[in-house]
Ligand binder design. Structure first.
Ligand SMILES: [Zn+2]
Length: 222
């Protein structure tokens, strides 16, 4: 496929996943952002302040990964995080969303450790939580968040949202959904234990095979 055909196809894909993030409750309406690598040193990324719920191919910007060019100014407001992830990891696509249950948990925990089998499979061994040092200081922790994604599939920015990497947008989208499913389980476990007693972790010999850490987040914290 030529570069131009590649770009057209990727623009359509970005628009499709942007709308799906809103439709599936992972974003409000605006906010969030998505990108995908193209060529040797570039990415296609959503335009700053674009409405993901009514997204079109024209809301996509093409910009360099290795250096700041003119389009960097109109690219997503967390463009620096996307850039750092592409520079530090093997990611081909990145999705930033606002999954509400995961964000709620980030107020309590410094890492999220999946306890269900699917969560372990998709998010092993854990999902780190990184706190920005100031209001809107998202890009100040870009390198730190990218470093987490060298060995993890999703990282959470505390009080804010998730960044998921993938070999394509489908994989990054799947992981964004997976982290919210995992968070729902963790919250439900915390709620149900008062009625049913202590939960039973996945047996270690089963979890080991898929790189999970059973029981790590099941101990009562208060
Ligand atoms: Zn955001």
């Amino acid at each position: 496929m030529t570069d131009a055909a590649d770009e057209d196809a990727l623009r359509r894909e970005l628009a499709q996943y942007a709308r799906m993030l809103v439709e599936m409750g992972l974003l409000e309406f605006k906010g969030g952002n998505l990108s995908a690598r193209i060529g040797d040193d570039e990415m296609l990324v959503t335009r700053r302040s674009s409405a993901k719920g009514a997204f079109t191919d024209d809301d996509v910007v093409r910009t360099s990964i290795s250096h700041l060019d003119d389009n960097a100014n109109i690219a997503s407001s967390t463009y620096e995080i996307h850039r750092a992830i592409y520079l530090q990891t093997d990611a081909r696509a990145v999705i930033h969303a606002h999954p509400s249950q995961t964000v709620s948990l980030s107020l309590f925990l410094d890492e999220l450790v999946p306890q269900d089998e699917n969560g372990m499979l998709y998010l092993r061994p854990k999902v780190s939580v990184v706190a920005p040092p100031s209001l809107f200081g998202w890009n100040l922790v870009a390198d730190q968040m990218a470093a987490c994604l060298v060995s993890e599939n999703v990282v959470v920015q505390k009080w804010h949202g998730t960044f998921a990497k993938g070999q394509d947008l489908a994989e990054a989208f799947h992981r964004t959904r997976a982290v919210e499913f995992m968070s729902a389980h963790l919250i439900r476990i915390a709620q149900l234990r008062q009625y049913f007693g202590e939960p039973t972790p996945l047996p270690a010999e089963m979890a080991e095979v898929i790189g999970g850490v059973p029981g790590r987040q099941l101990k009562r914290m208060v």
